[in-house]
Design a binder for this molecule. Structure first.
Ligand SMILES: [Zn+2]
Length: 312
């Protein structure tokens, strides 16, 4: 992926204009629904902020731009809350580092992605840093749950709201890249563009893409549960359950009038004939419980999932 997605461009331009006219706030909060590209937008903005030129966008030639490209800029720090919560010690260390003089250019930038993962003490430490901003230091935060951030943090930031692209926007975007076109077959699972990319990067596209046909075969008796669960183990059972849950969710929504992806039409007809809407909702709840139980118990996960699928 070489160019920025087109629905992110207006947000990027907005910040570039403010930068060029010296009206940019020292704190930015990029918000939007999960998977629409807040992190990608933030990364682009950070490059512009670190550039030593007076241009709106990064020049790509100065020493800072080169260091950013090599991911070795000493005046740029990142905290990522995607996998684990952000702790106060991490914030304090980062604030200490950022309070020193810049080593390369003039600006320093702290990027905190998935900022909702800050615990209360970490959030207070960030708030303190925002209240006493160091010279030419920018804080860029991203969050898909910005309302869970401290209101005092939100009020100190310039809010940049990333719009949610339409399904057609996402399709057009994927069409530009031959290597991503297979992802259009996963629209029944999600239309969040950057979640789709992450699925591909993790090598999970095939597993998800095969699921509707496998389920269809199992429901109509041309395939068995054990065939369907071939290759599923403790590493991917959570993803597999997410796929099943997405199918049930789509079918339940369709029963109340929402459009249904073509890949799920046959499954919907079979499931409605066998289960009806009440039982489908029960299966959905049971699947969610199974997912949570799998994390807590040592029972054989394939056995538990087989037991669940036997009731479909
Ligand atoms: Zn530059």
């Amino acid at each position: 992926m070489t160019t920025i997605a087109h629905w992110l461009i207006p947000c990027l331009r907005q910040v570039q204009v403010l930068k060029q006219t010296n009206r940019l706030s020292h704190a930015l909060l990029i918000t939007g629904a999960d998977g629409v590209g807040q992190e990608q937008l933030a990364r682009e903005m950070v490059k512009d902020l670190m550039c030593e030129s007076n241009q709106a966008a990064a020049c790509k030639e100065c020493h800072s731009c080169q260091l950013m490209r090599a991911d070795t800029h000493p005046d740029f720090r990142v905290l990522d809350g995607e996998a684990a919560s952000i702790k106060v010690d991490q914030v304090r260390l980062l604030v200490r580092q950022i309070n020193q003089k810049p080593q390369v250019g003039q600006n320093k930038v702290v990027l905190i992605t998935h900022a909702q993962a800050m615990n209360v003490n970490a959030a207070n430490a960030v708030l303190k840093a925002l209240e006493e901003p160091a010279d030419r230091t920018y804080f860029v935060l991203t969050s898909s749950q910005s309302t869970s951030l401290l209101p005092t943090i939100r009020s100190r930031c310039l809010l940049v709201n990333v719009p949610t692209p339409t399904v057609d926007d996402v399709k057009d975007w994927l069409l530009q890249y031959p290597e991503h076109q297979e992802l259009s077959s996963l629209f029944w699972l999600t239309t969040q563009p950057f979640r789709l990319l992450s699925i591909q990067q993790q090598g999970k596209t095939k597993m998800y893409a095969a699921l509707p046909d496998q389920l269809s075969a199992m429901l109509t008796g041309s395939g068995s549960i054990s065939e369907m669960l071939k290759g599923i183990d403790s590493n991917n059972i959570d993803d597999f359950c997410n796929g099943l849950a997405a199918i049930l969710h789509q079918c339940i929504c369709h029963s109340t009038g929402a459009p249904l992806d073509e890949a799920l039409q046959a499954i919907y007809a079979t499931l409605m004939a066998r289960q009806g809407i009440q039982l489908l909702m029960l299966r959905y709840q049971s699947l969610q419980k199974l997912k949570s139980d799998l994390k807590k118990t040592n029972l054989n996960p394939i056995m538990q999932l087989t037991h669940e699928l036997n009731q479909w």
